[in-house]
Write a protein that binds this ligand. Sequence first.
Ligand code: PLP
Length: 392
Amino acid sequence: MSAQRPIYLDYHATTPLDERVLDHMLPWLRESFGNPSSTHAYGTEAATAIRAAAQQVAELVGAVVRPGVHHPVIWTSGATESINLALKGFVLRHQPADRPFRLATMPVEHKAVLDSCRALEADGRVEMVWLKVNQDAQLDLADAAQRCAEGLDLIVVMAANNEVGTLYPIEALARMAQRQGIPVFCDASQAAGKVPLDFEGWGLTLLALTGHKLYGPKGTGALVVRRGTPLACQIHGGGHQLGLRSGTLNVPGIVGLGAACALRQTEMQADEGRIAALRDRFQGRLQAALPQLCVNGDLQQRLAGNLHVSLPGLPNDALLAHLQGRLALSTTSACSSSEASSHVLAAMQLSQERVRSALRLSLGRCTTEAEVDAASALLIGACQALQAKLAD
Ligand code: PLP
């Protein structure tokens, strides 16, 4: 990265491609160009690489591949597509004949979940049940238990929030749902490769992930599917991937996604520990210099790289203007191209002051201590300058 580029603090938006992942991908962009559906040598070498990548994805999330029996990984273009396939595919195949399908989710989910649910609701296919969250965006498990007892057809809960970093009690929720025979779909886009996941052990039904949040290539993703879970196909064509998602597989991308998952599997624990220490250093520096600083989200259950803050009295657009060209960070999720203010912060019922001054800082495996120190000094300087200007 050139010296003039801003310090990157937006790892929740996307992560850089790991150079080692690129090395794994390159042969599949050059000489090994076969179509995995072809039955000749070019095809079979590609199909073998795809099977190895499925194993790597499955291992990262605790799913089990049973060769010849069950292949749990459906390749997609990213989490948005995985989520659409999971939600629409599941609802269309499990619609009760005599009543609406009851679908429960949290209002702090990613737009890919919320808008897919709304589309199903607008088509008259589902009745939405909104699970309660508190001011930290944390799920109210007692309320969820009550909703389960009332009867649900599917629960959809993310593993980690993409704005405030809150981690959700997926294991407890899935066990509770399992007792009532309710399937659970988990959007693990921000959590995969950062926190341990156990698809099989927790009894999850469906799990979505995406390559570009775990140092893999953009345009790659997967939907992990429990054995015996019928889904309605959303992309028709040549019947690829058990007829669930047609289209020639993106072999270099899939190999890259698999390699990224394998690297996360071995390096996640050490990396996340180091990232959490850097985040705490950042947070400590800001808190020491800016007494009005509020840290948003669940501070006990939070992604290591997440630091979501509000600076009441200092509008975030003015702060971003001060920091332009020096820090790359965001105010709301970059995953929505149209959202002006955050639906997550609105659902958390934070004050308007806190919402207007919210900043999402996110750190990753390439973040250095020097960057954290420089970024905190820049942010503190910008806050103090803006404060002085507003006091004039
Ligand atoms: N779900 C969450 C929690 C996300 O953070 C994102 C990120 O953008 C998505 C889904 C959508 O992922 P993708 O960009 O791969 O479509």
